[in-house]
Design a protein around this ligand. Structure first.
Ligand code: AMP
Ligand code: MN
Ligand code: MN
Length: 333
């Protein structure tokens, strides 16, 4: 999106927000730090403007994010009152809100705020920028245009979004803008040490056992170009880990030097298999995920597949093989 179009979108969003008294904010199922930080930071800002807000997500916040202000107010059902406006953050396509899709689709007005690589935009106003490291950066820009002063709570939410989606400012999506926004948020009261501890250093013993099982299942494929690990339902039962305790496991696979792609397969409660993909940048993970019915970013993407673990693994590896061949050998120039 050009700078001029982005300014127009923010101005139009400002008009819609200022003319609304009741707003539904929403984000994607199995919310991550950016989804939650963006939604909760935006919700607090709207409330500061005197707007009634409902925070909606089909899944609750994972325990690691329960420190975020407003996390306890997230609901999976629409409120009893009617809203004039919906604002959906961090979703590449409205279907990512899951069962809440008809709720948002039927609102008079809808704003899409997102930074995914895929172009499944929706709503009457789109504030989208694929170069943003986190959706929280786009919310930050919007709050500036809305003249909502940042406070410690809003800053904590948005900082968490930028921190987590840039992999603690280490992924290729970390830009000078990500860093200056983070600096502004710290100036406004976000506490880097407190937030990093909450998000990264409070893993439970059960979740650490789950991580151990995943690492013990590490496999190399395609001559070491791809690494994978798999978690079955039995692993959750034996460790007592929650389904959200898979967060961060893929980062341990990504930390291996050499492979171009890391894949984590997780058998979900409903029999589906959740697939997380991470790339070193030589393969577009979002294209691989898109071909399998998912989406995401060039270096971090995912999909949810029906079928047995073995069947899904075969499909994912067959798809990956095509992309490994298309992209050529990493040594070829
Ligand atoms: P994850 O591996 O779950 O951390 O997800 C990495 C990225 O892929 C995030 O940007 C997600 O929004 C995206 N993603 C994961 N699963 C899906 C899915 N089933 N459909 C679309 N996008 C997905
Ligand atoms: Mn997300
Ligand atoms: Mn995001």
């Amino acid at each position: 999106m050009s700078a001029r179009k982005a300014t127009q979108a923010r101005n139009r969003a400002t008009q819609l927000i200022r003319s609304s008294k009741d707003v539904l904010v929403g984000t994607h199922l199995r919310p991550d730090g950016d989804a939650l930080g963006s939604m909760l930071g935006l919700a607090l800002a709207l409330e500061k403007m005197g707007i009634r807000v409902a925070r909606l997500c089909v899944d609750p916040a994972p325990a690691a994010y329960s420190f975020l202000p407003g996390a306890e107010e997230i609901g999976g059902e629409p409120p009893p009152w009617s809203a004039q406006l919906g604002m959906v953050v961090d979703c590449d396509g409205l279907s990512r809100v899951g069962a809440l899709e008809p709720v948002f689709a039927s609102l008079p007005r809808l704003i899409d705020i997102d930074h995914h690589a895929t172009d499944r935009v929706f709503g009457e106003v789109q504030i989208t920028d694929v170069t943003a490291g986190a959706c929280a950066e786009l919310v930050f820009d919007l709050l500036h245009v809305l003249h909502v002063p940042l406070d410690e709570e809003i800053a904590t939410c948005l900082y968490t979004g930028v921190l987590t989606d840039t992999g603690r400012f280490t992924y290729g999506n970390t830009t000078p803008t990500s860093l200056s926004i983070a600096a502004e948020l710290v100036r406004a009261g976000a506490k880097p040490n407190f937030i990093a501890r909450k998000v990264y250093a409070e893993r439970s013993i059960a979740a650490t056992h789950l991580l151990g099982i995943a690492l013990s299942r590490l496999l190399a494929h395609f001559g070491g170009q791809v690494v994978s690990a798999t978690l079955t339902r039995a692993d959750f039962t034996s460790t007592g880990a929650a389904s959200t305790d898979t967060e961060g496991i893929i980062d341990h696979l990504r930390a291996i030097g050499g492979p171009r792609v890391a894949v984590l397969f997780v058998q979900a409660e409903n029999g589906e298999v959740r697939v997380s993909l991470r790339s070193d940048g030589t393969i577009d993970a979002s294209s691989v995920a898109l071909a399998l019915g998912g989406g995401g970013h060039a270096m971090a993407a995912g999909c949810t597949c029906q079928g047995s673990l073995d069947g899904v693994r075969d499909r994912v590896f067959a798809e990956l093989e095509k992309w490994l061949v298309t992209a050529g050998s990493p040594d070829a120039s």
